[in-house]
Design a protein around this ligand. Structure first.
Ligand SMILES: *Cc1c(COP(=O)(O)O)cnc(C)c1O
Length: 389
């Protein structure tokens, strides 16, 4: 089946007892057994819940993986991967332009635990290869990155790893994890390009309506998910049935929403590129973008995020952010409604200034999460926020 059909039907079999076309939300913590150990496959909702399982089946199907585990947030999903697959003393290699919360998790939670997190400033697979050694278990990338929208070549990194892994025993293999939150499987399928694990903040485009927090791990091979499923139950950061229902409902319209996000973002980016108030406009769908060719190859659309640098820095950026009306000044992204944020003081406030500026998160940078409202209204809103008054 093609993507749209899978997104709508995977994990959505009608309820066998009533025929309900949309499966009921299983709001229960426990399951009545005929006798000790005689149950219908469910015992306790931390371990498994039918509404969660439906979501997990759908997530695995839309990413082209064999199995998925849903978590209470994107960062809970990331935590599960590190805890389940790495041991103190192990290292991971990440690209330095990283979601601020992931960087904080690596540096402030897992470094004290014994993780050695290394960062490449270059998108070149050879630069990643140069940071690997016998302690490395994982390469962690986001593509496009947040908020600089750099792209990493998933297939090229995967090919590099295949060479590295050829001379390693199976249990010392370096795995490739891709945070696919920005692109979503509607635009980019990391597993088909060679990734072992896909991570999501389902809070963003998958949920899509800014009303639920959630995360997920999808594994190319079911065996790789086994320790993560164990961790999901053992540590317990699971989403509740209502969260799973909302996320699953969001996924059914992902493909149509992403198409409109891409269209609107391109229009906003083209408008911004023509305004002298912006020193720089960053969007992978503009041919001025350094990874424009890779975007065309690796993604089927350029996404809904546009980053712009206000000429003049902090003061004009803050003025711009406080003057928009349709664009709400808020953290997060990926909902139907447009949001505007200031990475330096919001999402990336936990990244030290020096590191922040090295990756391009300067004081004048604003990030637009372009929603699916009418593009003309969005552009008029941004236009009026720039106007002198
Ligand atoms: C939001 C986000 C996360 C964290 O997800 P939460 O659901 O907020 O825990 C991780 N990666 C990316 C790219 C994100 O945008």
């Amino acid at each position: 089946m093609k993507f749209a059909t899978t997104a709508i039907h995977a994990g959505q079999q009608p309820d066998p007892s009533t025929g309900a076309t949309v499966p009921p939300v299983h709001v229960t913590s426990t399951y009545t057994q005929d006798g000790p150990g005689h149950h219908k496959g469910f015992e306790y909702s931390r371990t498994d819940n039918p509404t969660r399982r439906n979501l997990e089946d759908c997530l695995a199907a839309i990413e082209g993986g064999q199995a998925a585990a849903a978590f209470a947030s994107g960062l809970a999903a990331t935590t599960a991967i590190i805890h389940a697959l790495l041991r103190p003393g192990d290292s991971l290699v990440a690209f330095s332009d990283l979601y601020g919360g992931t960087y904080r998790l690596f540096e402030r939670v897992f470094t004290p635990w014994g993780l050695d997190a290394r960062y490449s400033d270059s998108t070149d697979p050879a630069a990643f290869a140069g940071l690997l050694d016998g302690s490395t278990r994982l390469i962690w990338i986001e593509t496009p990155t947040n908020p600089m929208l750099r792209l990493l070549d998933i297939a090229a990194i995967s090919r590099m790893l295949r060479n590295v892994n050829a001379s390693r025993p199976a249990d010392k293999r370096v795995l490739l994890a891709v945070d696919n939150t920005f692109a979503t499987p509607a635009l980019q399928r990391p597993i088909e390009l060679g990734a072992d694990l896909v991570v999501h903040s389902t809070t963003k485009y998958l949920g899509g309506h800014s009303d639920v927090i959630g995360g997920a791990v999808v594994a190319a091979e079911a065996e790789l998910l086994t320790p993560i499923k164990f961790y999901q139950n053992a540590a317990g950061a699971v989403p509740g049935p209502f969260e799973c229902f909302l996320t699953h409902r969001g996924i059914k319209t992902l493909h149509v929403r992403m198409a409109r996000h891409c269209e609107n973002a391109l229009q906003v980016a083209r408008w911004a590129a023509g305004r002298r108030e912006f020193a720089e406009v960053i969007y992978p769908g503009l041919d001025s973008h350094p990874d424009y060719q890779l975007a065309r190859r690796q993604m089927t659309g350029s996404g809904g995020i546009v980053s712009c640098v206000l000429a003049g820095g902090l003061t004009p950026a803050q003025r711009f952010l406080s003057r928009t009306g349709v664009f709400a000044c808020a953290e997060s992204l990926g909902g139907v409604e447009s949001l505007i944020s200031h990475p330096a003081t919001m999402t990336h406030a936990s990244v030290p200034r020096e590191q922040r500026e090295r990756i391009g998160v300067v004081d004048g940078l604003v990030r637009l999460s372009v929603g699916i409202e009418d593009a003309a209204d969005l552009i008029e809103d941004l236009d009026s926020a720039l106007a002198p008054r």
